[in-house]
Design a protein around this ligand. Structure first.
Ligand code: PSU
Ligand code: MN
Length: 304
């Protein structure tokens, strides 16, 4: 294992001393936002985590090494390289490592690597899920399987309605992944605070969430808790508008026959273009909001 995993000194130290650490993914940098906003956002997210008393660990595969706590220079490198970096989910991990290549880690892969390093919490924007039409295409993100298997809990702003949110929640229920709403009963839909679907439990403080994570750990129940943190009201988008944008983007993807791992980045890019960057601003703000909550939960967790 040692030959594959590279953990920064700061993170190693933090884990040994039970200090709060929050993992961060890198696909959101290379495939989720355009350069240079992606790099600015990634660095600001790290800053927010520090301001809230935790240590950020951005994760990526660099030259075939599973790297935990990459440097600002490496973040810039991944951000500039953008779509030319391999988006790597679980299935891609062994190949990229064997070949000594770079990889941007999705939620699934970031969870796997965070777990190897001993990190328990991870903050991001949105998770993958069951795509619309997933009942026939079988396009179900490997993120969902990972959430059911790997003991790294994830703070997100729900999931974009590029997915079928109802099927995504059913899948999580089948797999035994608790979905917690932070100060809400509603499962948020990324750009909007409401989706029409409910979370399993509403919790009103980082401590309450940390306690549930601790019990799950102590009972050795494998898998994650999904913590859904709605976008702050002032940055949320108009539901009718964003629904229409997503509808058009999904239609275009279908007509072009976009498939597999390309579909999520394709849709993210389309949505940003159609809204002329307004959705990008919302996206950035909700990630900041999740970084803050992630740091608060990590702090509570390390004090329990
Ligand atoms: N959803 C978003 N933004 C993202 C992603 C999903 O709103 O950046 C990225 C994450 O890295 C997630 C991945 O893990 O896409 C899911 O891809 P797929 O559906 O191919 O599993
Ligand atoms: Mn997929």
């Amino acid at each position: 294992m040692k030959e594959y995993l590279v953990v920064s000194k700061e993170i190693k130290d933090a884990i040994e001393n039970n200090k709060p650490v929050v993992a961060l993914e890198s696909t959101i940098i290379s495939h989720g936002m355009p350069y240079p906003k992606n790099v600015e956002t990634a660095l600001k997210v790290e800053e927010i985590i520090r301001e809230n008393g935790a240590i950020p660990a951005t994760i990526a595969i660099i030259n075939g090494k599973l790297s935990v706590g990459i440097s600002p220079e490496q973040i810039d490198y991944l951000g500039k390289k953008g779509l030319a970096v391999a988006k790597s989910s679980r299935r891609d991990l062994p190949i990229l490592v064997a070949r000594g290549e770079d990889g941007a880690t999705t939620v699934a892969t970031t969870m796997i690597i965070a777990n190897l390093a001993g990190i328990k919490l991870f903050a991001t924007g949105g998770v993958g899920g069951v795509h619309r039409g997933g009942e026939t295409t079988m396009d179900i993100s490997a993120d969902l399987e990972e959430l059911s298997n790997t003991n790294v809990s994830v703070v997100c702003a729900g999931a974009k309605s590029i997915l079928d949110l109802g099927l995504t929640l059913e899948y999580l229920e089948t797999k035994g992944v608790p979905v917690i709403g932070y100060k809400t009963e509603e499962f948020p839909a990324f750009y909007t605070r409401e989706s029409g679907f409910k979370v399993n439990y509403k919790m009103d403080s980082p401590l309450e969430i940390a306690k549930a994570l601790k019990v799950k750990d102590e009972l050795r129940l494998k898998g994650a808790v999904l913590i859904a943190n709605p976008i702050p009201e002032e940055y949320s988008m108009d539901k009718t508008e964003i629904d229409k944008v997503i509808e058009d983007a999904v239609e275009e993807a279908n007509s072009l026959g976009v498939k597999g791992k390309d579909i999520t980045p394709f849709l993210l890019d389309k949505i940003q273009k159609i809204t002329e960057g307004r959705s990008l601003e919302s996206n950035i703000q909700l990630v900041y909001n999740n970084a803050k909550l992630g740091a608060q939960i990590a702090r509570e967790l390390s004090s329990l």
